[in-house]
Design a protein around this ligand. Structure first.
Ligand SMILES: [Zn+2]
Length: 310
């Protein structure tokens, strides 16, 4: 009987081991934009990721598809930009998914913008007045100085959601931070050659990076953030005194290229098309790679390599 009991407890212990295994199951992460999926991957390489948008989509406006609702419902954490970038679709996703872990104030909902200093916030403006960025520019993923703080906060919050992995996540954050700092000093060196340049933009996607590089914005093809370029706004731009000093028109690959092409025809400025976020291509699959690519494009304009070729 005693032996039987011992066997039985050994069997029970073995069973417990087996049932304990799912605790180490993959962390299920819902990322609103590809940049946050890429950052999560750096911190939790085996995370099971669903990304709501791609570099070919405008992240301000997507459809709250049933597959996305299902992904939020089964996720352990949602990682988004915040500051109203997803105001048109995320609240509906969260409501329909009704995942108790993914709610405002819970560790299961992370907003990058909560850990950044946003540029150009303005009071008394909301989306109904035509500006999609009432709380300031939310496109902080291309800010070389702010991303480390966002990554640090994200590492902490991922650790809160998955305490057993917290130490490993912290270790990966520290390594990522070292790599980022090295890249950032390379970018700083490269910025010397493009500092003082000015470009025409379409929306404020790249503003944090441009400011960091010392590249000015000569004009914006959008009359207000989120408002499509209108014919009257575009023809008004031709009278902008700053336009004469601009060296290129910088647009994101998800944007309609027509306004930029029209202005290029009028002015002879080259059009640079770069992804607004990470892509599946090796050179731009990380945020560091993407920033390097954008700097490279600005360098080539500076050297005249793309002049007249686009
Ligand atoms: Zn925006």
């Amino acid at each position: 009987m005693g032996t039987d009991m011992t066997l039985r407890s050994a069997f029970a212990a073995a069973l417990m081991l087996v049932t304990a295994l799912p605790v180490q199951a993959q962390l299920k992460v819902f990322a609103c934009e590809p940049e946050w999926a890429a950052l999560v991957q750096e911190l939790v390489p085996d995370a099971q990721l669903t990304t709501a948008t791609s570099h070919l989509q405008d992240p301000h406006y997507i459809e709250a598809r049933p597959s996305l609702i299902a992904a939020v419902r089964r996720a352990d954490i949602a990682v988004c930009t915040g500051a109203s970038l997803e105001a048109g679709w995320l609240p509906m996703l969260l409501e329909r998914a009704s995942n108790p872990d993914i709610q405002s104030g819970r560790p299961g909902l992370f907003f990058a913008a909560d850990h950044a200093q946003l540029h150009a916030p303005h009071d008394h403006v909301d989306r109904s007045m035509g500006d999609v960025h009432p709380e300031g520019n939310p496109h902080v993923h291309l800010s070389p100085d702010q991303l480390p703080e966002i990554a640090r906060a994200l590492a902490r919050q991922l650790g809160d959601v998955d305490p057993e992995a917290a130490a490993a996540i912290q270790g990966r954050y520290i390594r990522w931070r070292g790599d980022w700092n090295r890249l950032r000093s390379e970018w700083r060196d490269r910025a010397e050659a493009i500092e003082g340049q000015s470009v025409v933009v379409q929306h404020s996607n790249y503003l944090y990076l441009l400011r960091w590089l010392g590249v000015d914005v000569a004009a914006d093809l959008e009359p207000k953030p989120g408002l499509p370029p209108s014919a009257s706004h575009l023809s008004g731009l031709l009278a902008e005194p700053g336009l004469a000093d601009a060296s290129a028109i910088l647009v994101a690959s998800y944007q309609d290229p027509q306004p930029a092409e029209w202005l290029a025809e009028q002015t002879g400025l080259p059009v640079i098309v770069v992804p607004g976020t990470v892509t599946g291509d090796a050179s731009t699959e990380t945020l560091g790679g993407l920033i390097g690519e954008i700097i490279g494009q600005l360098e080539s304009v500076r050297s005249g390599a793309t002049h007249g070729s686009l």
